[in-house]
Write a protein that binds this ligand. Structure first.
Ligand SMILES: [Mn+2]
Length: 249
């Protein structure tokens, strides 16, 4: 059985050249998984922004949605977890593409080993502002208000937010705290619940570390690293996707 875990591809609906290249890399990578992967876990921030209307989907995600659909058709079970950029899922991905949405942590036995998988954003410490924001933004009322606006209007706001967050750099100290916070959370989860593996995303730093009684791994990102985790034959490895030319759409 082959399990692949990716996160933080941050696919955008409004793209510059770098974003287009990244989308093409992700598409080419997903193509290589067809007929070879039993389980694909998408561990949050796959989309840089996802808003779910009742009858409308974002056209710029069309090629990636087709690829996910083809992957499901090829026999891969896809489980998608929310990140801090994509969490307002409705039934579209489940009903139309056959993707399983796991709204909280994905806790499962894989090949006899216990896994705890989560995007990780709620496990960072000393970030009260974010935790208040997270509570607010995940509120159902806020979601239905956003979905009530015309898509071009809501996505227009999304473009503005995306532009401003491009300029914003996370201070070094804050990133260090985030990385440490996730590592400590992983260690605690392993100690408390006897998980063999705790897997997060969110930090964008590819990681594979032995804890006292288990292993903590982070799938990294596709902005700077193009990394993914593979669990096969009882072993977890971290891999880098090497780009071999551009996939034509
Ligand atoms: Mn994140």
């Amino acid at each position: 059985m082959k399990t692949v875990i990716i996160s933080d591809t941050h696919l955008k609906f409004y793209e510059n050249d770098e974003d287009i290249q990244r989308r093409q890399n992700v598409l080419a990578f997903l193509e290589t998984l067809k007929h070879k992967t039993d389980l694909l876990i998408i561990n949050g921030d796959f989309f840089d922004l996802w808003i779910a209307w009742k009858h409308v989907i974002i056209r710029e995600y069309f090629s990636i949605l087709i690829m996910l659909y083809e992957l499901v058709k090829s026999g891969t079970r896809i489980v998608m977890l929310p990140g801090n950029h994509d969490f307002w899922f409705n039934s579209f991905l489940q009903k139309s593409l056959g993707i399983e949405i796991c709204q909280s942590s994905f806790i499962s036995e894989i090949e006899g080993k216990s896994f705890f998988i989560d995007h990780g954003d709620r496990y960072t410490r000393n970030d009260l502002r974010y935790h208040i924001y997270r509570f607010f933004i995940r509120n159902r009322l806020i979601q239905s208000i956003s979905a009530a606006f015309h898509p071009d209007f809501s996505l227009g706001i999304g473009i503005k937010l995306s532009r401003s967050s491009r300029k914003r750099r996370i201070p070094h100290k804050k990133r260090e705290m985030l990385i440490m916070g996730l590592r400590t959370a992983a260690e605690n989860l392993i100690t408390k619940n006897n998980y063999d593996y705790v897997i997060f995303g969110h930090s964008h730093i590819p990681t594979l570390e032995k804890c006292t009684n288990g292993i903590y791994a982070n799938s990294g990102d596709w902005i700077s690293h193009s990394t993914y985790l593979v669990f096969e034959h009882g072993e977890l490895t971290i891999n880098e996707y090497k780009i071999e030319g551009v996939l034509h759409e």
